[in-house]
Design a protein around this ligand. Sequence first.
Ligand SMILES: [Zn+2]
Ligand SMILES: [Zn+2]
Length: 214
Amino acid sequence: MSCGFDLDHYRELLEAAAAGGYRFAHFEAEPQAGSVYLRHDVDLSLEAALAMARLERELGASATYFLMTESVFYNLDSALGRDTLGELRDLGHAVGLHAVHPRAARGDDRFDAVLAWHNPEPSYVNDPVDGFLNVMQPPWFTKGKYRSDSNQHWREGCPHEELRAGAFEWLQLLTHPEIWVYPGLTMGESMRSLLDAKREEWLDHLANDRIDLA
Ligand SMILES: [Zn+2]
Ligand SMILES: [Zn+2]
């Protein structure tokens, strides 16, 4: 099995977790043995989030999607943003706030009271946040029970074999949908694939906005 960053291998990761006897949990109660928290920080692309969310549903998996309200790359108040929020819920996923420190507005009913900071500093990343469960506060963040695909690189290796073997007591697995949905052997290549797709999407948005593209 090759550990590519693509939806085929993401599917294999989820199948490995199921084969290892894990169940998919949301960030609510404290971690139990056998829980896998699928966490997605949506930094760049709602389209990628939806593609991943639909695959998870097909495989009987449920995740928590962390969405930004102040992203330069997407707008939750657009039609696509509203549809994405609705579809993620319809697919059975949880939705949390991907906040930019120190802003963490409470009472926004689009989000569950669960938060992940975007590009956090070590000085506050593990601190409790008033009104939220911070996914990086203990016990939800525990060393050895956390893996992340940051910049298309597993610092501690792809976890598929350990999942299949049931080697984690439980696991928080952070993946960024953009990395898995857009093809590329490196982060740079994947980002260029994303930009190619965005270009086509933007041309559609321009046409829909009655811009003459002749
Ligand atoms: Zn792998
Ligand atoms: Zn982020």
